[in-house]
Write a protein that binds this ligand. Structure first.
Ligand code: BG6
Length: 487
């Protein structure tokens, strides 16, 4: 019988900006996600359209605080009021770990406040206590797509160096407050995503940087996040030397379309662009190839003298990542069919099937990713996002999501092979998302990921009741057996 390692951390993942709702409750301030508008008329694969935000869009969003239909993250799945019920359901599945995030603007409503908001701190105390009741370990992302809006409007987001010190204050506050309750932290969710959606990740709005090279702006903001991530690692370790801090990257995977050396080179170039961000956070310095990219593209990063030392001194303890799909690249890609991926478009792989949203399903790509990451870093890995966004149908109050079970089974088999055959050290697995929530790229609820169905539609209409899907019972058995051999 093939088993996962003893103590393997099975669980599920969510993020405050997509699940919590209660966006203006308990003293919470505006965050970038509260102004993220749903574009119901756009093609779901038009990532540019969904993620492009202007100053005018923000003004419009702020002028309509009552509008939760067009700004679905304002209601999320209402975890804010349902957290006890949701955590009980996680416990019923046997979760060992729950990956969640803290909304920065619940703790520091404007980001630059001197004092934290006690009501916000208390909310997460309650959530952590509830988890403890069932022996579920929280794995907490410090920043998952929610810079406080005030930092965008008055500081230009992470482009401003000052934001680092606001973040330090926030990190110190949460690490002290939850010292006894949280031992696993992640600094920035998908730090690399600032390149693909600068507003959501970095609070950067292009029209506020007129006359500047916006790519340079994004890399400058990312530099600030690297420093902030290293300082957060330092702070967390100083407050609790036993805690573990991880980085989090989007593990996109690009295969060469053919065995033409040109295509191999192209995929190598693409993959370096994926590893650049974990290379920086694990080795504590920019890889030479990223520096060459900057030099060749006239990108000048303003650094302070102590930055190199900070990055070197406080690398992360483990590497966490999201993995959903893979795609292909070719040096000359004219005439090839394209396929959507996690906020990217690349070539369609004729050997793979796609999800309802066009993401190409590739379990073996997960094994390949695990091996590549482990060989590169020799540090423990944690899969903190993986799952299938699909259209679920409720029949007689039940959801028969066999497609989701099939997706997970194939990915879990590959995880087992990576652990047993390839010697990869994998700490745990949290599927995205254990409960239906608002999709990041398209702001839809109907792109459902959960083992737990939430009864709302894309307009936020519904009872918000929770229903166990078939995958709920299946995942429960996987965790119970710590293996797939029960079927
Ligand atoms: C990850 C993000 O990249 O992908 C999540 O960290 C996101 O926030 C997830 O929800 C799935 O993407 P989407 O667009 O289907 O929600």
């Amino acid at each position: 019988m093939k088993k996962f390692p003893e103590g393997f951390l099975w669980g599920g993942a969510t993020a405050a900006n997509q699940i919590e709702g209660g966006w203006n409750k308990g003293g919470k301030g505006w965050s970038v996600s509260d102004c993220a508008r749903a574009h119901f008329d756009l093609d779901v694969q038009n990532y540019e359209g969904h993620n492009h935000i202007t100053t005018k869009d923000i003004e419009e969003a702020m002028a309509h605080p009552e509008d939760i239909v067009n700004y679905p993250k304002r209601h999320g799945s209402d975890f804010y009021h349902h957290y006890k019920e949701d955590i009980a359901l996680m416990a019923e599945m046997g979760f060992k770990v729950y990956r969640m995030s803290i909304a920065w603007s619940r703790i520091f409503p404007n980001g630059d406040d001197e004092k934290p908001n006690e009501e916000g701190l208390k909310f997460y105390d309650d959530v952590f206590d509830e988890l403890r009741k069932y022996n579920i370990e929280p794995l907490v992302t410090m920043s998952h797509y929610e810079p406080p809006l005030n930092l965008v409007l008055n500081y230009n987001g992470w482009y401003s160096r000052e934001v680092i010190s606001f973040f330090e204050r926030y990190v110190e506050t949460i690490c002290k407050r939850y010292k006894e309750k949280v031992k696993y932290w992640l600094t920035f969710n998908e730090i690399d995503s600032i390149i693909r959606h600068p507003y959501t990740t970095g609070g950067l709005i292009e029209d506020r940087f007129e006359g500047k090279n916006f790519e340079e702006v994004c890399y400058q903001a990312m530099h600030h996040q690297f420093i902030a991530s290293a300082l957060a690692t330092k702070i967390a370790h100083e407050i609790n030397p036993n805690c573990k801090v991880g980085c989090m990257i989007t593990k996109l995977t690009y295969y060469p379309y053919s065995c033409k050396p040109e295509d191999i080179l192209k995929s190598q170039q693409y993959m370096r662009n994926i590893y650049a961000y974990s290379d920086t956070q694990v080795f504590g310095e920019y890889p030479a190839y990223l520096l060459s990219y900057y030099a060749n593209h006239n990108i000048h990063i303003v650094k302070e003298e102590r930055d190199d030392e900070i990055m070197k001194k406080y690398p992360v303890d483990f590497i966490s990542f999201s993995y959903y799909m893979s795609s292909c690249v070719a040096m000359d890609d004219s005439g090839f069919e394209k396929a959507a991926g996690n906020t990217v478009m690349a070539l369609k792989n004729p050997h793979l099937k796609s999800s309802d949203w066009g993401w190409q399903i590739d379990p073996l790509g997960l094994r390949i990713s695990l091996v590549d990451l482990y060989d590169r870093y020799r540090k423990p890995l944690f899969i903190v996002e993986n799952g299938l966004g699909a259209k679920d149908i409720v029949e007689d109050g039940k959801i028969h999501d066999q497609y989701r079970i099939d997706y997970y089974r194939e990915h879990f088999k590959c995880m087992l092979d990576a652990i047993i055959e390839d010697g990869v050290e994998l700490m745990g697995y949290t599927s995205w998302a254990c409960i239906d929530l608002i999709s990041e790229s398209t702001k839809q609820v109907s792109k459902r990921y959960g083992y737990i169905y939430v009864d709302i539609d894309d307009l936020g209409q519904g009872s918000y009741n929770r229903i166990r899907k078939d995958s709920f019972y299946w995942y429960k058995k996987v965790i119970e057996n710590n293996s797939l051999d029960f079927e």
